[in-house]
Structure formats: structure tokens, C-alpha cells
Design a protein around this ligand. Structure first.
Ligand code: PGA
Length: 269
């Protein structure tokens, strides 16, 4: 059964499809601060054509920069692609220059919002406490929150991955979340945009840790969608997406061309 957001945006496959025992993977593209009106229309439109021609490989979402949102929503209309914000404020409205509320994202037809991306945590000093408040605003707006966590290289090298990620999980997840409304993306900071990835065993181990911790702290492990992010490309997507406990991918660089992003979608087992 599809989940329908408050404003009517349909998010298919959040529950296992009829007759299937496993949940569809979620492949979410994070365009970051890239694209123009022209390129975004071509990219979103090209992707929508592919998804319509070969539906059901995965649930697909794209998260463009705010000013391109309307063009992207128009380009994907009539396709099952969900659109998401890359961030939002924790308040519904008010004097917050430069920010966008989750309520407004919902109002224009978004289905998702990413919160707590490491680039926001680093560039804007976002704390887990703020990320949690944002995630709760996302839920209040009727959207699905994609909450990002991940350790830096120095933290990994000093054996602190579980301590750091555990603290982020405890601090950043929204109260009252369910597997239908919360997705966690594990994104090791050192793997983002670097072409480097953890080994498949390391990904499996951190995902298992995150699922157990989300269960322990928020009763939110079972059925939770847990994405891996960080240098996912068409060439490594199949093996990463086949790792136990990996329910999809959050993709940066490789979401910027139809060919690469579609190559990842097609790699879903
Ligand atoms: P990347 O980015 O795929 O370019 O490594 C992933 C992300 O930051 O979400």
C-alpha cells in the first residue's frame, strides 16, 4: 500500500508490495547546490520517462535545490518519483531569513525532506538537537524525514564510529517517528564525494548497529529503511545494495545525470 502524505504526494512501496516479502529499495538523489532551470528540467524529465517506462525497480526520490523545486515537480508530475527538500527549518513559519519550512515543502508537493546532512552539520554548525527538531517538523508536515548520520575519517580511524553514530541516532531522530515516516541514511563523511567507500562488511556492521540502536532508543528498528550514502555509483551500486540491512541509497554526484542515476536504480536486487 502506498503512503500518501498530507498534501497528497504518494510515496509508494513504503510497505512491501503485495505478494512480495521485501520492501522496495529507496534510491534518493541529493543534487546539493547543483543545476540550473534548464538542466533540472532535462534531468528530472529524463528520469521520469525512464521510471514510467520501467516502473517498480525501486522507489525513487530526488532532492533539488529549493529554487528548482517547482520545475522539478512539474517535470516528474504523473510519474511515481517523489521530490524532497535538502533541509528545512524546525518552525512552521516566521522570521528565519533564508530558511524554508517543512510545511511549505509539503504545500508545494514534496514527499520527503533530508535533515542533518553532514554538509549542513559542517557548513552551518547544525547540532543533533536541531536536526531532531527539524525531523519532528518534517513529520508534523506529513512528509518523510531522511535523517543523515555518519562519522568523519578521524573518528573512524580512532575507533569511534559507533560512539559517534550512536550519539547522532540518539540525538537526531524525531520522537513519534515510525518506519513509514522516518528513513535513516548512513553516510560516512569521508566517503562523500571522494570515490572511497567502506568495505561491504563495514557497511553491514554499521547498518546492523544503527538498526539496533534505533530500536533501542526509539523502538524504530523493525521495518525501518536504512540507506547507505557516500560515493555510490553505477559501478558499485549492485554490491552495496545487496548488503544485508541496506534498504537503498542516498546518492550525490551520481544523481546528476540520468545515465548514472538510472544505472544505480537498475542495480537494485
Ligand atoms: P556522493 O554524496 O554520492 O557524491 O558521495 C552522497 C551524499 O552526500 O548524500
Amino acid at each position: 500500500m502506498a503512503y500518501v502524505s498530507k498534501r497528497g504526494a504518494t510515496i509508494s512501496g513504503i510497505e512491501p508490495r503485495t505478494g512480495e516479502t521485501h520492501m522496495a529499495k529507496l534510491i534518493a538523489g541529493n543534487w546539493k547546490m547543483n543545476g540550473s532551470v534548464e538542466s533540472s528540467r532535462a534531468l528530472a524529465g529524463g528520469l521520469a520517462e525512464k521510471v514510467k517506462a520501467t516502473p517498480g525497480l525501486a522507489d525513487v526520490a530526488i532532492c533539488p535545490p529549493g529554487p528548482l523545486m517547482r520545475d522539478v515537480l512539474t517535470a516528474v508530475a504523473g510519474s511515481p518519483i517523489g521530490v524532497g527538500g535538502q533541509d528545512c527549518h524546525w518552525n512552521e513559519a516566521g522570521a528565519h531569513t533564508g530558511d524554508t519550512s517543512a510545511a511549505l515543502l509539503a504545500d508545494i508537493g514534496c514527499a520527503y525532506a533530508i535533515v542533518g546532512h553532514s554538509e549542513r552539520r559542517a557548513d552551518h554548525g547544525e547540532t543533533s538537537e536541531q536536526v531532531k527538531a527539524k525531523a519532528e517538523a518534517v513529520l508534523s508536515a506529513g512528509l518523510v524525514a531522511i535523517v543523515c548520520v555518519g562519522e568523519t575519517e578521524a573518528e573512524r580511524d580512532t575507533g569511534q564510529t559507533e560512539t559517534v553514530v550512536g550519539r547522532q541516532i540518539d540525538g537526531s531522530l524525531p520522537d513519534g517517528g515510525t518506519p513509514k515516516t522516518v528513513v535513516i541514511a548512513y553516510e560516512p563523511v569521508w566517503a562523500i564525494g571522494t570515490g572511497r567507500t567502506p568495505s561491504l562488511e563495514e557497511i553491514a556492521a554499521v547498518h546492523a548497529f544503527i538498526r539496533a540502536r534505533a530500536q533501542e532508543s526509539y523502538d524504530l528498528g523493525e521495518g525501518l529503511r536504512l540507506l547507505y550514502g557516500g560515493s555510490v555509483k553505477p559501478g558499485n551500486a549492485a554490491e552495496i545494495l545487496a548488503v544485508e540491512g541496506v534498504d537503498g541509497a542516498l546518492v550525490g554526484g551520481a544523481s546528476l545525470t540520468v545515465e548514472d542515476f538510472w544505472g544505480i536504480i537498475e542495480s537494485c536486487p
